[in-house]
Design a protein around this ligand. Structure first.
Ligand SMILES: Cc1cc2nc3c(=O)[nH]c(=O)nc-3n(C[C@H](O)[C@H](O)[C@H](O)COP(=O)(O)O)c2cc1C
Ligand code: SF4
Length: 437
């Protein structure tokens, strides 16, 4: 075991001993059967407790349609039998796009989305499998998008996202208009065959930034009610006007400084008062599924996606085991407070082949009802099939959290696993190395 405590375990016992030695709250179980249990949302079945998290592939067409490469990723996921596939961040308007390779669902790209959903369902049915529960993540990339749309100014965040002090803040009127884009996109998602839409509110993209907008003036800033009203209005509008199931991928905390951090108090400590209140209110509007996450990949990636690898110019301040425990505890806290809610937990790819036992432990001990994997799905799209059918993962196929996929995304290259899917993703990674020599 080395100082940073990166993954260096040759048996489950060794990993469990390290967890005990550090007195971490990470559950393990070899009772894999809990992962095979079905779960229902309004009569729709999620076939098992394993999910694929939203993972941007930066491979859409310029118009925003799924490309052949996008189709390849989602067909591989479908064959991989995860009960829930959470589609990646998909823009609700042209100005909401992260880049011109991000998915964008609109009237012109609708047929291509519908075709992909159809292909996925047919693939499941052809093999006598229950089609996966499909969630579309509705996204506005805010300050990290091509158009740098911000809800507040903040010295530190503006520096990271290269925003001048004179850069305009999105107005209340523009936010009102944006609500309609969410509703319209949700309508198309329903028509295309998605089971639910996610009003993405995490990672300090626009809606996540609004949650912490204490310094903003007007009806969407200042007190708790104002800061959370955009999200709650959009959720309610989609439910009332479109009638599709609505879920939220929610930052439980940004782990940013006061006054612009969400889930943080004036002393800069984690404070779940507001996130718990928000989840309770979302539940009252009929939200039954919540995907828990924290931090931001641009600001504190060690919180957002604990990893062994280090991105250029970023030294994680803690070992990744501490990071995974933080995400696990957040999930436990939410699931324990809301036992009727289906909580999807995040941040497990770091466990490599032992993720099977952490996932089983999480579900068995009630820390989450569904376990989502992000980077693991890039590396090992059929991880769920192997867990369910073989009861274990192949250690030669797992994600090694080298963060190279995140570098591809940061450089707006087609994004996937550089290590396990070399034929496609090694070339763009080598281009980055050459460009940055
Ligand atoms: C390349 C890349 C793309 C991602 N895209 C999205 C996204 O579209 N939406 C989202 O909510 N999170 C996104 N994430 C975050 C993941 O869904 C997940 O929360 C994170 O990777 C931690 O989970 P893991 O340890 O299983 O990878 C992305 C992460 C990476 C590395
Ligand atoms: S490039 Fe592959 S191995 Fe590395 S973090 Fe991404 S998915 Fe995991």
């Amino acid at each position: 075991m080395n100082d940073r405590c990166v993954f260096n375990f040759s048996s489950l016992d060794e990993l469990e001993n390290k967890v005990k030695e550090l007195q971490l709250d990470i559950p393990f179980s070899t009772n894999i059967d809990v992962l095979k249990e079905k779960i229902e949302i309004n009569g729709k079945t999620i076939n098992n407790r394993l999910a694929i998290h939203p993972m941007e592939g930066c491979d859409a067409t310029l118009e925003g349609s799924p490309s052949e490469l996008t189709e390849r990723r989602y067909m591989r996921y479908t064959k991989g039998l995860a009960g829930l596939i959470w589609f990646e961040a998909t823009a609700v308007s042209e100005s909401a796009r992260a880049n011109n390779r991000q998915l964008f669902l609109n009237a012109d790209t609708f047929d291509d989305f519908a075709k992909l959903i159809n292909m996925m369902k047919e693939e499941s049915i052809k093999n006598s499998n229950q089609p996966p529960y499909l969630v579309l993540q509705l996204a506005h990339s805010g300050r990290f998008g091509e158009n740098k749309v911000i809800a507040v100014h903040d010295k530190k965040l503006d520096k990271i996202s290269k925003i001048e002090r004179s850069h305009p803040i999105i107005t209340d009127k523009e936010l009102e208009e944006l609500k309609e884009s969410y509703v319209k996109t949700a309508e198309l998602a329903k028509k295309a065959g998605f089971d639910a839409v996610d009003v993405k509110s995490c990672h300090r993209y626009l809606l996540s930034e609004l949650l912490g907008a204490r310094t903003r003036e007007g009806k969407y800033g200042g007190n708790y009610e104002n800061r959370t009203s955009f999200l709650k209005d959009v959720v309610k509008k989609i439910k009332d006007e479109i009638g599709i199931e609505v879920t939220v991928r929610l930052n439980i905390s940004d782990f940013l400084h006061y006054p612009i951090g969400w889930g943080i108090n004036e002393q800069g400590e984690l404070d779940l008062t507001e996130p718990l209140k928000l989840i309770s209110e979302l539940q009252d509007t009929g939200v039954k599924l919540i995907n828990i996450t924290a931090g931001s990949p641009y600001i504190n990636p060690h919180i957002n996606r604990p990893a062994d690898g280090e991105a250029k110019k970023y030294t994680p301040p803690e070992p990744p085991l501490i990071g995974v425990e933080r995400l696990i505890k957040l999930s436990k806290e939410i699931q324990n407070n809301f036992t009727d809610l289906i909580v999807v937990g995040t941040g497990f790819s770091w466990f490599r082949e032992y993720v099977t036992y952490v996932a089983s432990g999480m579900v068995e001990k009630g820390y989450a009802k569904i376990i989502g994997l992000g980077r693991m799905a890039f590396a090992y799209p059929d991880f769920a099939k192997d867990i369910i059918e073989k009861g274990r993962l192949d250690k030669n196929k797992v994600c090694i959290t080298c963060v190279r996929c995140a570098e591809l995304k940061a450089h707006k290259k087609i994004t996937g696993c550089v290590i396990r899917d070399k034929d496609i993703y090694l070339k763009p990674y080598l281009e980055i190395l050459r460009e940055n020599k």
